[in-house]
Design a protein around this ligand. Structure first.
Ligand code: NIG
Ligand code: FE
Length: 421
């Protein structure tokens, strides 16, 4: 067993499901805290030191128990970030498009001119699995060093059975080669590859890709938006995916309001992501999604910044009672960043979340969006000991110190995997 002690303040949301609306503000704070971890990397107890005694472990310890004491030097502890939306398996960069956007071209104009998702598809098709792993691994490792301990990765730069398989297998390899815990999402319906009619491609996703690949992923996502996939196509793909045992996420209402949020709720999706253009009905649908699970509104402020688009209506979503998560959307086109702390800062500065709400959004609600809220996303008994120690005085210092990392150490399942103590 390990006892991480001498933590100046430990901040964590609590609970085993998403926090919605006003609940997102509620954060537990323990001064002079300690975290007791068992040999499987699970939390036995979390709390403040009282009279120099550690919080008693909740297990009956018969006989001799050896405890390793780890001094956390007065650092602040937060749960590891859960980055619940990334496309972090790719094979090359697209800074040329970034420069075109700086000259005033839109994401859609660049896509029409042969850039966008299709450019990344070309790069992936010309790369082996080992090359994709080699290219993506530094992004995953940097994400870890910046405090992310659980990361979702989507396919969607292959757009054909064997190419999508290569990406999903590359994610398995990233999981093996790094301490990052990875959740895999199949996103065959990300775009239509050039040379294939739209309808024929939807048929390929339904009849070839899903049957061949469903066992390699946990979630299925669809880019439901103007110029990408329609509501009807999204429904067919998601129904088939659900029949094959996959859980659902949607890229929803990013470029235009196309009933993405409403469709996500109707399909029982774990999350509706982006939502830059979500309608009032969409917000109401998300707030009313009381099913098991509720549909999380996953907001991606780095994408809005990078596309020079207004942020998603985060305040409206929270004030209406939705459960909001934030994630990076890390991808080579619209959000070239694996830095959850930067998403956190933008959530506070650009979307008017409080630091407490942003913490819930970046941890527990992200875990809920990945169906991991029972085991991840907060620091409490029976969850994994995934936490980050920061050389900062308080929670609000984290978004306040813009784009600079104060991470001292990252702990995944009770092991220090980045930084040192
Ligand atoms: O989430 N919106 C769709 N897909 C990605 C962009 C992917 C790309 O441009 O490569 C996104 O922003
Ligand atoms: Fe995305």
């Amino acid at each position: 067993m390990k006892l991480f002690h001498n933590i100046r303040t430990l901040y964590t949301p609590t609970g085993f499901s998403a926090r919605r609306g006003a609940e997102m503000q509620s954060i537990e704070e323990f001064e002079n805290a300690a975290i007791f971890v068992d040999d499987r990397g699970r939390i036995l107890n979390v709390g403040s030191f009282v009279e120099d005694r550690a919080p008693a472990p909740s297990v009956a310890s018969s006989g001799k128990v050896s405890i390793e004491y780890i001094d956390c030097h007065g650092f602040v502890a937060l749960p590891g970030f859960v980055d619940s939306h990334t496309h972090c398996a790719f094979a090359g960069e697209r800074s040329d498009e970034f420069a075109m956007r700086a000259e005033g071209k839109s994401y859609q104009e660049i896509a029409k001119a042969g850039g966008g998702i299709r450019a990344s598809v070309e790069q992936v098709r010309h790369s082996s699995m080992a090359e994709i792993v080699h290219y993506s691994k530094p992004f995953v490792e940097r994400a870890l060093a910046l405090g992310t301990t659980l990361m979702e990765i989507k396919s969607g730069y292959g757009l054909a059975v064997e190419q999508e398989r290569k990406l999903l297998k590359a994610m398995d390899e990233l999981q093996r080669e790094t301490p990052m815990e990875i959740v895999k999402t199949f996103l065959g319906a990300h775009a239509v590859p050039s040379g294939i009619p739209h309808g024929a491609y939807v048929t390929d996703v339904l009849d070839n890709q899903l049957p061949a690949l469903h066992h390699l992923a946990e979630f299925c996502d669809v880019f439901m938006d103007e110029g990408y996939f329609t509501e009807d196509e999204t429904r067919s793909i998601c129904h088939k995916a659900k029949a094959l045992g996959l859980k659902i996420k949607l890229h929803a209402d990013e470029l235009e309001a196309t009933r993405g949020a409403e469709t996500a709720v109707e399909l029982g999706a774990f999350s509706a992501d982006h939502l830059l253009k979500v309608s009032a009905e969409g917000i109401r649908a998300l707030a009313g999604s009381r099913g098991l699970p509720p549909t999380i509104a996953t907001l991606l402020p780095i994408t809005a910044l990078s596309l020079r688009a207004p942020h998603a209506p985060a305040r409206k979503l929270i004030d209406t009672g939705c459960a909001v998560a934030i994630a990076t959307d890390c991808n080579p086109g619209s959000a070239m960043s694996e830095n959850m702390q930067f998403a956190f800062t933008l959530a506070v500065i650009g979307m008017q979340l409080t630091p407490e709400e942003a913490l819930t959004a970046a941890t527990l609600n992200g875990a809920a969006a990945l169906d991991r809220a029972r085991t991840h996303g907060s620091l409490e008994r029976n969850k994994l000991a995934d936490f980050v120690l920061y050389d900062i005085p308080s929670l609000e210092y984290l978004p306040y110190h813009i784009a600079v990392s104060d991470v001292a150490a990252v702990v995944k399942s009770g092991e220090i995997v980045a930084g040192s103590l």
